[in-house]
Each structure stands twice: as C-alpha cells, then as structure tokens.
Ligand binder design. Structure first.
Ligand code: GTP
Length: 379
C-alpha cells in the first residue's frame, strides 16, 4: 500500500483538466497612481501585461482554463484580454457587482467550478511547482491546501502556523512582533476541493483566511500548508513591482544584457548599460545614459544628456534634455522637462507633466494628468 501511495505522490500529476481562478477584483490602492487607469492585472511588467506572465506560468503547468474573478473595470479587462486565445488559454469572466472579498469572489464563480481547482491572487509572480503542490494536496486528502512562503518580516502579512505534518493549526493576520511564531505567510495560492464552496455564503463579502478557513479548522477539516522556497513576489506594492522588474531583467536578459524589442534609434554617443529592455521605436539621443536595471516602454524618448537609471518607463514617455530619473516608476505619456530630477521611489501616473528644472524628492506620487510647474521643488 505504501508503495502505491509513494508512486502516486511522486508520479506526475497532469493539471491539464484543472481550472484556475485568478482574483483580480481588489482595489489596487497601494499601486496607485499606476493603477488609476490600468487594472493591476494589466500593468506592464517588462513591457507585457502582468496577466501575460501569470497566464504563461499557468500554461507552463498545463493549466489553460482560467476563470478571472473581476470586480472593477470588467469591460477594460475583457477588451484587453478577450477570450485568452492570443495567449493560448481559455478565459471565462466571473463579474462581481460589488467587492465580495477573496472567498466571496470564488463563491461567485461557483458555476464554473466542479472539481479540485486552483485559486491565485492576481498580483503574485512565482515559480512555485503547482504539480508538486497538487500531489501533496491529494496525498494529504486535503479540503484545502495553501502555499506558504517565508518572508523576513511577517508582521505585514497573514501568517500560517502548521504542525509537524503540515496541517494548519491557526491563521494570524498581521501579528505583532511578540506574536510571531513563524515567518511562513499565506502566499495567496490555494488548491481547493469544490465542497468548500458550500461553506461560503453567496453574495456576501468574505475572505478565505478570516472567514472561511478558521471555521473549517474548528470543524476539523483537513487544511494543509505547502511550504515552498521558490521565487515569490506580490507586486501589489510599488517597491515590489520595481523589484520584480529588476529580478526579471537579470533573469531574462542577464546581468549586463540589453534587449531591443524592435527598431530603435540609439545615438553612438549614448550609453546603455544592462540589464535593460528597450521597447520598440525608442529614441535615445546623444550623450544620454540608460543604466540598468531599466525598462523603456515603446516609443520612449530619452533626450540629449538625460539619465535614466534603475527606472521603469511605460510607453510614450519623454525624458527631456539633461533630466535625471532614478529608481522610479513612470506611467504612460509622461513628459519630464529639461534638467528635472525624479528621485528614488517616485511614482508618476499617466500623462504627468513635470516642468523644466523641477525636482521631485524621494517617494513622491503624482496623480494622472497633473502638471508640475517649471522650477518646482516637490518634497
Ligand atoms: P490593495 O488595495 O493595494 O491592497 O490591493 P488589492 O485589494 O488588489 O490587493 P489585496 O492584496 O488586498 O488582494 C489580493 C488579491 O485578491 C488581489 O489580486 C486582488 O485583486 C484580489 N481581491 C481582493 N479583493 C477582491 C474582491 O473583492 N474580489 C475579487 N475578485 N478579487 C479580490
């Protein structure tokens, strides 16, 4: 019998018939102003929508049936992603009229779910081995398995305590330092049995870790944690969004690599230092510097003597003569005036205008379409 179990546990699990629900109905407040006009699932990462990365990851695991649980802006997301065929996946939309929370959103998608299924937060980039997680889910005969990843400071997250067998003992939301007993947090990736849906109230706001899992634990249901150490990042906060760019640039183009996505003009005296991705149709003028890790969206202009260092620019941005940008995030169509400076951690929404000779100090966020008058010092 043990032999049979082992064969099952270590054999290959085909996830091809499984469905995945991706939760994309949150407010995305932390990523504003980038997400003022662009839903988080569509924000570009290395010039491709975040969904392309997530959908590609699921496809790699042979999961092509994806239900998107959408709240705000369903038309914008549907128009952009369509039926998923361009990416080789099948997309179904489950639309909420009002926020239902992570569990309420899955309940709302119940009509699409009839077998074991996967749930993913729509802002997670990870390399977790879903097939292995599935094997353990079956081996444990779990009602729910949730992926757990270690973090340095668990006080900002939902912590999961397990016993030596991996069975969940309790959930602690954002524990104080004294309460921290483990650094394993809920990674926002679940495998669930469909029975669980009958424990979630319809059309009611509810969260898995607060309203669904704890009562199930009390009833003695098998909820297991799946610890993993593969790459995992939640792009919901701007520093993590920038970090994902820096990490993926090193992964895909190498430490010193430069990738041109199409034709661009680079003046012979300009200096581009990898890792960097230069979108199609960019113009990098004389004596300018692009120092990686950096991404230029399509049709960006970096004019004479300008410096872009560690930054991510979405499409159609203009960095005028002598301007300097460092470790910042700049959304579509921004104009940065001559000799202006944008410092670390700044975030500019779409269509921001920064007047000539302005200085924007560390961490400042500027909302879409705002104009900063020439010579302004924003601190
Ligand atoms: P913040 O406002 O910055 O916290 O962003 P968020 O609400 O998008 O992120 P949070 O970490 O709170 O949510 C984790 C994931 O669950 C994200 O992918 C959200 O889109 C998703 N989510 C949160 N609430 C809902 C909801 O009511 N419905 C759906 N469908 N998804 C949700």
């Amino acid at each position: 019998m043990a032999g049979k179990v082992d064969a099952f546990v270590w054999g290959r699990v085909d996830l091809g018939a499984m469905k995945a629900v991706i939760l994309v109905g949150g407010e995305a407040t932390r990523l504003r102003p980038l997400t003022c006009n662009t839903p988080k699932i569509m924000v570009p990462v290395l010039n491709r929508s975040f969904f392309e990365h997530l959908g590609g990851y699921l496809k790699k695991h042979n999961i092509v049936d994806i239900v998107l649980a959408v709240g705000k802006s369903p038309e914008q997301i549907q128009d952009y992603l369509g039926d998923g065929s361009k990416l080789g996946v099948r997309l179904t939309y489950s639309i909420e009229n009002r926020p239902l929370g992570t569990a309420g959103a899955v309940k709302n998608a119940e009509r699409f779910l009839d077998d074991s299924f996967i749930v993913l937060n729509g802002d997670i980039f990870t390399d977790i081995d879903l097939s292995r997680m599935m094997r353990l889910h079956h081996k444990n005969k779990a009602t729910a398995s949730l992926a757990m990843t270690p973090v340095e400071d668990p006080t900002m997250y939902g912590v999961v305590e397990t016993d030596s067998e991996g069975r969940v003992k309790r959930f602690i939301e954002k524990p104080s330092r004294e309460m921290v007993t483990t650094n394993m947090i809920n990674a926002g990736i679940y495998i669930l049995e469909p029975d669980i849906l009958s424990c979630i109230a319809p059309d009611t706001f509810s969260m898995f870790e607060r309203d669904v899992f704890p009562p199930l634990l009390e009833k003695g249901q098998a909820i297991y944690g799946y610890p993993f150490r593969d790459y995992w990042i939640d792009i919901g906060a701007p520093d993590k969004y920038l970090k994902l760019h820096h990490d993926l640039l090193r992964r895909y183009v190498g430490n010193k690599g430069i990738k041109f996505e199409g034709e661009s003009f680079v003046h012979p005296s300009a200096h581009i230092e990898g890792p960097a991705i230069i979108g199609e149709g960019c113009f990098v003028d004389r004596n300018s510097i692009v120092r990686g890790p950096a991404v230029l969206g399509t049709r960006c202009r970096v004019e004479e003597g300008a410096v872009v260092e560690g930054a991510v620019l979405w499409q159609d941005c203009q960095i005028s003569k002598g301007a300097k940008l460092r470790n910042c995030l700049v959304a579509c169509r921004c104009r940065i005036g001559e000799e202006s400076e944008i410092s670390d951690g700044c975030i500019l929404g779409d269509d921001v205008r920064i007047g000539k000779g302005s200085k924007v100090s560390k961490g400042i966020k500027i909302w879409p379409s705002e104009t900063v008058e020439p010579g302004t010092i924003l601190s």
